[in-house]
Design a binder for this molecule. Sequence first.
Ligand code: GTP
Ligand code: MG
Length: 325
Amino acid sequence: MSRDLVPAELAERIAAGEPLALAQGITHVENETPGFEALLEELDARLGRARRIGVTGPPGAGKSTLTAELTRHYRAGDLTVGIIAVDPTSPFTGGALLGDRIRMNELTTEPGVFIRSMASRGSLGGLATATREAADLMDAAGYDRVILETLGVGQSELDIAASADTTAVVLVPESGDGIQAMKAGLMEVADLFVINKSDRPGADRLEKEIAIMMSIREGTARRTTEAGWKPPIVQTVASAGEGVSELSDRLDRHFEWLTETDRLDARRAERRLGRARAALLRRAQRDAERIWRTEDLESLDGDTPYGVARTLHARMRGDAGGAVG
Ligand SMILES: Nc1nc2c(ncn2[C@@H]2O[C@H](COP(=O)(O)OP(=O)(O)OP(=O)(O)O)[C@@H](O)[C@H]2O)c(=O)[nH]1
Ligand SMILES: [Mg+2]
């Protein structure tokens, strides 16, 4: 279904800010269409303009509503926004997601806003890598802000959020959200906490809970003190747009802090290394899949699974040594 990829040509159109080209580019990245890495390479020199914001948290916390409101806020300031909604399963399951779509859909007709949802399709590189590469394409396309919404449930979703310049963890004042966040590793990735639905009772209590947990963590791991950044806590009512401009201010302040302390460069350098590692693993896996498909597995009959893997691996390395590209 996807068209042939001519990297240089598509890169030019993406760089020119053509939304259709960006959409095609992301599809090529998702599908790992031959040439997709060349496309990303063509655009590499353009990366780094966008500020990337991760929005993560438990299901139903209001991440999408908040993302939509933040987007409106940015648009009012004439900033363009790319949004990636990461769906760990499939776009066709789950009622909550449909709700997302509808809410987000209000923004799709808005100029200066580009929305894309990403779902795992069993691509070799995995959802996390494809998502980051999609964010790269949005960056290259010139969007001022790129927001990555992910569910804060599994490690890979957390990794996606944490690959942003600034990661906002969204919690709600409901039964033990603070404790849950601690367990789920959300505390570790937060540059900023949002207590959304603070129109509901318990917001102040949750704020205290988070502050206490952060101070405990400071006392043991000393991570936040070492880093010199204490994650602020912002209360919002996303559904009413309340607290969104304060949130935006806090995000800006974190970005300024990143810039002043050279941590932005460090974070981004780390991101580039991570990308190289992912690309390497993707290549290795592709080689493994190829050898698995082409080898005569029957000739390995009688060997143990480990012996088979050893033999194939040795052949793969032999092949890879002689192969080009
Ligand atoms: N009372 C109240 N409800 C809110 C607020 N923000 C969002 N909601 C509602 O909470 C529900 C979930 O909001 P979403 O924005 O879809 O939450 P989400 O975190 O994106 O959900 P998933 O992506 O499914 O995990 C929706 O019905 C919203 O209207 C708020 O500040 N107060
Ligand atoms: Mg959502």
